[in-house]
Design a protein around this ligand. Structure first.
Ligand code: PRP
Length: 213
């Protein structure tokens, strides 16, 4: 029997695009397209087992070896710094991490800046690199409300189309880092399942190059 390659996919639209790339690379698993609520699918012939996980959990499965490889946003990798290998930028799920504020915001560098965010580590690193004192307010969602209600001066959050900011009268004042989806691997799996992982990586890289030609 073939060694199974365990792959954690981010549940949702991004994961579906990623699966299409893996399928085109020869790692197909037709049962994944059945319309049901199962979360694990395998194709023993090809030697793959896919599972759908919450996007922000992919790196946990991969770091701990429950998945050999997976696809995670660069935001999650920068925020949690999991001990994994980052193999490829998949050029999908592109957005940016940005600082945003209300249009009438004027920064006073002498004052401690109040920053609301879900991404505490990224935010701390960003302002530490500028030597700026901040007071972090950790929120779990609807970050855009914080400056409107005076809970914070600015927010650090993901901006994709910019619609959420616009509809809440906020402007980007600074880009922190560009974000995209990355193919990641468990460190031990990368050694012990190297042939399968290298083959997949090579084929995906070829798809990306063909797309950019
Ligand atoms: C993100 C982010 C913004 C929104 C930005 O939330 O927190 O609210 O997307 O996208 P836009 O620039 O295209 O409007 P997401 O939908 O990822 O979910 P979340 O509520 O879990 O943060």
């Amino acid at each position: 029997m073939k060694t199974m390659l365990n792959i954690a996919l981010p549940k949702g639209r991004l994961g579906e695009k990623v699966y299409a790339m893996f399928e085109a690379a020869g790692f197909e698993c037709p049962s994944i397209k059945e319309n049901n609520r199962k979360l694990i699918f395998e194709n023993e012939e090809v030697g793959v087992r896919y599972f759908w996980v919450k996007p922000s959990d992919v790196s946990i499965y991969v770091e701990r070896g429950a998945a050999d490889i997976g696809v995670a946003g660069k935001d999650i990798l920068l925020e949690y710094e999991p001990d994994i290998y980052e193999l490829l930028d998949l050029d999908l799920g592109k957005c940016r991490m940005a600082v945003a504020a209300m249009a009438n915001f004027h920064d006073d560098p002498q004052r401690t800046l109040k920053v609301a965010t879900k991404f505490v580590n990224i935010t701390q690193n960003h302002y530490a690199s500028k030597g700026r004192d901040i007071d972090i307010i950790r929120l779990n969602g609807s970050i855009e409300i914080a400056p409107i209600l005076g809970l914070s001066d600015v927010i650090v959050d993901i901006v994709e189309t910019g619609t959420t900011l616009k509809e809440n009268n906020l402007n980007v004042i600074e880009t922190v880092v560009p974000i995209s989806a990355r193919l990641i691997a468990n460190k031990a799996s990368f050694r012990f399942k190297n042939q399968q992982i290298e083959e997949l990586t090579k084929k995906i890289r070829a798809q990306l190059e063909a797309k950019n030609d």
